[in-house]
Design a protein around this ligand. Structure first.
Ligand code: FES
Ligand code: FE
Length: 430
């Protein structure tokens, strides 16, 4: 049965999008309503391509990981032939999780509850004494593990879709596909998810983290502590940093609700921009990486890959921050005012120990749950969520910054408007 909830009677769903005057508002009910969350599950998470994992997480045939995606427990695995699969991790007998380990290598799965077994294609493989079940029990596939309707990959990023009728992944990714190309070209040896993940929860609506992930406007205020630290490392004040980026940073709508900010910050990039704190050794190593990159992809593309920062949001909930280190992050609503976040470090395969250390320090230092950025962002998001308790009196969020500009910058809010238009089109717009 489908969920119904009526949008406010302004004929625009939960947003006000006045392009003539350059005003854009979002109704705060979108952050608090359980009915809207039910609509999101049905119309967004059950119909969008959702990030499942990266090929590097399953290097060998029969490797598997278990992961919760879009509210369902899945097994992401490779079979004996090495094919990548997405299987629903719920036993056909009574529903228990068939695989409970986070990762491993297995040619079969056995449910811990009553012991039903399956091969790693999900095929039922249990022998029972004669007469217990009909002799053709399971021959029709009805007690096999169920596959997720769609699985597809782009540049080794695997996605699933619970909608068998969905458009292809490539078409869905629209302009964001190019960013995956840029990421894949970082290294001649391929890219990998670095072992382990950061997991944490935030007492705020999941869409607040979507906005925050490519919100250039908040950086100087919210992350003033980081800018003070930067002053000691690179000798630039927060004002100088912001001024150096102003005008060059872009806020881009990549189609289908995907968005990005892209520009050049003064902080270090392990692939293209050494900072004094990394010493002469760091400078020489990064120069060598850039030379290899120039020879492989040409000078222009090398410059874009190595020296530009980008924060990408793939609708609805995959964020890739390629700024200092590279982080891949997803987050899901547990309730209208609670989300769970998972974040991975992503890096070139086979890089030197020293470079990997710089990269991971960077990952922890800024975007880690105890880093310079995330605790400040969590505080801001939770504070905003508390503000929505007063939505009856203060009803709208404002997302108008730069709406009249032809080429909005990274400190404008064009990227958020792109997300909200797609969200509204799917959930409640007209
Ligand atoms: Fe899995 Fe019974 S629930 S064997
Ligand atoms: Fe932030």
């Amino acid at each position: 049965m489908s969920t119904t909830v009526s949008p406010p009677s302004n004929n625009q769903g939960w947003i006000i999008d006045d392009r003539e005057r350059g005003l854009f508002k979002v109704d705060r009910e979108a952050f608090t309503s359980p009915e809207i969350l039910a609509l999101e599950r049905e119309r967004i998470f059950d119909r969008s391509w959702l990030f499942l994992g990266h090929a590097s997480e399953l290097p060998k045939p029969n490797d598997f990981i278990t992961r919760r995606v879009g509210g369902r427990d899945l097994i992401f695995n490779r079979n004996r032939k090495g094919e990548f699969q997405a299987i629903i991790n719920a036993c056909p007998h009574r529903g228990a999780q068939v695989e409970r380990q986070p990762c491993g290598n297995a040619i079969s799965f056995k449910c811990f509850y009553h012991g039903w077994a399956f091969n790693n294609n999900g095929r039922f493989a249990t022998r029972s004494p004669e007469g217990v079940y009909p002799s053709d029990f399971g021959d029709d596939g009805s007690v096999d593990l169920v596959r997720v309707p769609r699985i597809d990959s782009y540049r080794d990023f695997y996605f699933i879709n619970y909608d068998s009728e969905a458009i292809s992944l490539k078409e869905y990714l629209a302009g964001s596909a190019e960013v995956f190309d840029l990421l894949a070209d970082h290294s001649p040896n391929g890219m990998e998810i670095v072992g382990g993940a950061q997991e944490y929860s935030v007492r705020a609506n999941w869409k607040l983290l979507v906005e925050n992930s490519y919100d250039g406007y908040h950086a100087a205020e919210t992350h003033s502590t980081y800018f003070e630290y930067l002053l000691s490392v690179i000798g630039m004040s927060a004002e100088e940093v912001i001024a150096s980026m102003e005008g060059e940073t872009k806020g881009l709508d990549l189609g289908n609700g995907h968005s990005m900010i892209e520009g050049r910050g003064p902080w270090g990039r392990p692939i293209g921009r050494p900072i004094p704190a990394w010493g002469d050794e760091g400078r020489a190593e990064i120069e060598a990486i850039k030379s290899e990159l120039r020879a492989r992809v040409g000078p222009e593309r090398a410059e874009r890959i190595a020296t530009y920062d980008r924060n990408l949001g793939v609708f609805p909930n995959l964020v890739i921050n390629d700024i200092m280190a590279i982080t891949v992050r997803t987050f899901y609503p547990e309730a209208p005012d609670l989300m769970s976040v998972t974040s991975w470090a992503f890096a070139p395969k086979g890089e030197t120990r020293e470079l990997r250390k710089r990269r991971l320090d960077n990952f922890l230092e800024f975007l880690g749950p105890g880093g310079f950025a995330t605790p400040d962002d969590v505080e801001a998001l939770e504070s905003a969520q508390r503000g929505y308790a007063s939505a009856k009196f203060a009803r709208y969020n404002d997302i108008s910054r730069g709406a009249l500009k032809k080429n909005p910058g990274g400190n404008d809010e064009n990227q958020m408007r792109a997300f909200w238009r797609e969200w509204n089109r799917r959930v409640g717009g007209c």
